[in-house]
Design a protein around this ligand. Structure first.
Ligand code: PA5
Length: 443
């Protein structure tokens, strides 16, 4: 389902070096599978796809049906980081690029609680005024500030518009099974709620209700997505040099040790932009610690060839690129012929746009190799629910293996607490008075 192309690395590392890193990736794989490595209490994602039953999915579909019956046309999904990026990535990848109503099967799904912009929230309220609204609030800890602030506003709005009783029908919570303010609130208000298991961290949670519920609400086929993930789980469970997760983990660590400290995930389809954002969180939070880690960056081509292309071609030579290549596009459109040919483009007439896109990709890969930027290719057949499910699981598995090869705990994120403490102090949260005094001296 996924093929890794390493031909773009051959000018930078020998076959023997690659085999050496495949051995290291086997060790990383063994650590992961033995469940004895660092962070082993957060491995719930590893065997997750094969445990997802149709009964579990039916619970999410019940919410879809309930809100369809109410003619809900706007679902506000509230969450941040791992509690938002997977759903956003899938919905953006599967939706029509432009019109909300062209090819749209479900209600409009928008995201909130992923920033603290006052304008963003005020504009969301504008939208909610003219729509038939429901909301999903997602927070594993149930205490994260950004979604909690957004939820206060959205909850109040829904209660005022529909009444408290009806609001309880229009709000669903996804959170910890026992702890956290959101769990307490959800119990008190009688919301339908879904559990994020203790042993699944936020960035590995796209195949839990965190991702699957919003994706189902947007009208996409979660059965197919889960099927894709289940098939990929089987492929990635093999202790084999053919396992794409082992190959990818080996290649990126090989390049990192050779001084390539930044990995750029490249796509040639703007629908994949948020897949890159999701991937950046997955790899950045999993590997960036203990003074180590590949810096995950991304570009969307050919757009960014006209902005970042110069740097990638000739800037600091510490980069490598991982190119996502979707073999078949979903639509068909050719370049038209023009009698006058004033733009001189008749040499393209009759060619599929995708042929131009693929030529741009191949041309760029060769130019970047010549410029000193190794290339890893990740190829998959088409952009649909099945392949996205597979892609999500593949990246998670490779990330776990890769983190162990790097020698870090790929499942914690101690560094994200630092800004939170400072923010609480600056906002006057009780208990943070001393830190507040210290920080204010620095302002
Ligand atoms: O990967 C992670 O753990 C984080 O990105 C979290 O998902 C994010 O901070 C949101 O946390 P929570 O779901 O507890 O609100």
């Amino acid at each position: 389902m996924i093929t890794i192309d390493r031909s773009g690395c051959s000018a930078f590392a020998s076959e023997a070096q690659y085999q050496q890193y495949i051995e290291k990736a086997f060790q990383g794989f063994d650590t992961l599978e033995s469940e004895k490595g660092a962070g082993n209490d957060f491995l719930g994602w590893n065997r997750l796809p094969s445990t997802i039953t149709s009964d579990i999915l039916a619970q999410y579909k019940e919410v879809v049906e309930r809100w369809n019956k109410k003619d809900v046309d706007l679902v506000v999904v509230i969450g941040i980081g791992g509690s938002y990026l997977g759903a956003k990535a899938a919905i953006a990848a599967l939706s029509h690029n432009f019109a909300l109503n062209i090819g749209q099967k479900g209600p409009q799904v928008v995201f909130a609680g992923n920033n603290l912009s006052e304008d963003y929230m005020a504009e969301l309220m504008d939208l909610m005024q003219i729509k038939n609204v429901a909301a999903v609030v997602i927070s594993k800890s149930g205490t994260t500030t950004e979604p909690a602030v957004a939820f206060r506003l959205v909850k109040q709005f829904i209660e005022q518009k529909y009444g408290v009783k009806e609001a309880a029908e229009r709000i669903v919570a996804v959170t910890d099974k026992a702890r956290g303010a959101l769990k307490t609130l959800s119990n008190a208000e009688g919301y339908t709620s879904f559990v994020i298991e203790d042993n699944i961290g936020g960035r590995y949670s796209v195949l839990t209700p965190v991702g699957l519920l919003p994706i189902a609400l947007a009208g996409f086929d979660i059965d197919k997505m889960v099927q894709g993930a289940q098939d990929m789980e089987k492929i990635c469970s093999q202790r084999s040099a053919e396992n794409p997760a082992i190959q990818y983990a080996a290649l990126r660590n090989m390049l990192y040790d050779a001084g390539k400290k930044t990995e750029i995930l490249v796509n040639y389809n703007p629908k994949l932009l948020y897949v890159s954002e999701w991937w950046k969180q997955l790899y950045g939070e999993s590997e960036g610690k203990d003074g180590k880690g590949i810096f995950p960056a991304s570009v969307s081509n050919t757009t960014d060839l006209h902005s970042m292309g110069q740097y990638i071609q000739q800037g600091e030579r510490t980069l490598f690129e991982t190119v996502l290549y979707v073999r078949k596009c979903n639509r068909s459109l050719a370049v038209p012929s023009d009698k006058e040919n004033l733009d001189g483009l008749n040499f393209l007439a009759g060619k599929r746009i995708e042929e131009c896109n693929t030529s741009a990709m191949l041309a760029t890969i060769m130019a970047h190799i010549d410029g000193g930027v190794p290339q890893i290719g990740i190829e998959f057949d088409t952009l649909d629910e099945y392949h996205l499910g597979g892609l999500f699981y593949f990246f998670e598995k490779a990330c776990g293996i890769s983190g162990y090869v790097l020698g870090v705990n790929p499942f914690n994120q101690p560094g994200v607490e630092a800004y939170k403490k400072n923010m609480f102090a600056l906002l006057g949260k009780p208990g943070y008075e001393e830190l507040a005094a210290e920080l204010k001296k620095r302002l």
